[in-house]
Design a binder for this molecule. Structure first.
Ligand code: AMP
Ligand code: TRP
Length: 340
């Protein structure tokens, strides 16, 4: 069975983009993979986080994942900082990664913007920590949204360079799993920008805890153009907002653009938006109520994460200990966890 690893930042209530691009796929993969899912709090602090918010948001993300159907008994769910091996392998990878590779990362350029001199060093080297997250488990499959593809290519470069430099075949090749027509859900206000938790406008996104009225209001106000829906997928070209709404509909019904348009082509946006709202409410309302149920019992969430961290450590400690041995770190018996 293939081993899956994926991570998600605890940076607020997840959006429809997170759900369709990540969390829903994570749940589905549990049927035929061994899955390790991580709330990446180490990654979160690459940008300033209020300490009390970070702890709460870590719980919220865990609750959302559980509500989306992650099974913490059959698989593993934990928060990254609870398993020190990630940071240990991360350091080794910072020393394998070349600055030239990091300079190509488009997500860093986006996030740093004009203020390059003033962002954290963590934000810059974050893709190397992400590589460590995955490779600490020798995981080979990584479900993510399209925006993470470049980071996974970098992870493979790191794995290859490590293997080459130390003359071993130790870290495996990673396959990105980028799924579905809505691999990239766009903002409801601007079809050329990704739907994001960090967008200043709450109107730009559907949150996984939005109630039916909120969903209806956001979809009603979602930006569109003046034309009715086209009959074929080609007709969506140059119409990013139309394409986005059709893509969301397709993803929620497990079909594609073409079949949504076969049914809805020729309709105006008013009517299509009503169908889309009904569909969103049907799919998201149960997740919202299940999230609330978990959040009412923070002790239960923490128990899930504690158990997950212990089982995660049991898997990755020996692998990271072996990487440290390959690098040549002197093993002082009894001091390092996981070393024989
Ligand atoms: P983030 O919210 O940026 O921490 O992303 C968490 C996960 O959700 C990653 O796998 C992303 O690729 C995915 N994701 C985030 N936003 C979107 C989006 N608008 N469309 C599709 N996937 C997304
Ligand atoms: N960088 C990812 C994001 O922002 C989160 C992440 C961290 C991740 N470590 C990972 C994803 C390992 C997949 C595998 O969405």
């Amino acid at each position: 069975m293939q081993r899956i690893f994926s991570g998600i930042q605890p940076s607020g209530i997840p959006t429809l983009g997170n759900y369709l691009g990540a969390m829903r796929n994570w749940a589905a993969l549990q049927h035929d993979h061994e899955c390790i899912y991580c709330v990446v709090d180490l990654h979160a602090i690459t940008q300033w986080q209020e300490p009390a918010d970070l702890a709460r948001q870590t719980r919220e993300m865990a609750a959302s994942l559980l509500a989306c159907g992650i099974d913490p008994r059959a698989h593993i769910l934990f928060n990254q900082s609870a398993v020190p091996a990630h940071a240990r392998l991360g350091w080794i990878f910072y020393c394998v990664t070349r600055l030239g590779w990091l300079n190509r990362m488009t997500q860093f350029k986006d996030k740093a913007g004009k203020d390059r001199e003033n962002v954290s060093a963590g934000l810059y080297i974050y893709p190397s920590l992400m590589a460590a997250d995955i490779l600490a488990y020798h995981a080979t499959r990584v479900p993510v949204g399209e925006d993470q593809r470049q980071h996974l290519e970098l992870a493979n470069d790191i794995a290859q360079k490590f293997n080459h430099d130390y003359g071993v075949e130790f870290f495996p090749h990673i396959e990105p799993l980028i799924m579905g027509p809505a691999a990239r859900v766009m903002s409801l206000r601007d079809g050329t920008r990704k739907m994001s938790k960090s967008d200043a406008s709450d109107q730009s996104r559907i949150n996984l805890n939005d109630d039916a009225d909120m969903i209806a209001a956001k979809i009603r106000r979602a930006k569109t153009d003046a034309e009715p829906l086209p009959g074929e997928a080609e007709g969506l070209e140059g119409r990013p907002e139309a394409r986005n709404l059709v893509g969301i509909f397709a993803a929620l019904t497990d079909t594609d653009h073409a079949s949504v348009l076969r049914e809805h082509g020729g309709r105006g946006f008013g009517a299509f938006k009503e169908s889309l709202t009904a569909l969103l409410v049907e799919k998201l309302a149960p997740i919202a109520s299940e999230t609330t149920r978990w959040l009412n019992d923070p002790g239960a969430i923490e128990a899930v994460l504690r158990d997950g961290a212990a089982r995660a450590a049991a898997l990755c400690d020996p692998i990271v200990a072996e990487a440290e041995r390959l690098v040549g770190f002197l093993s002082v018996q009894g001091v390092k966890a996981g070393r024989a």
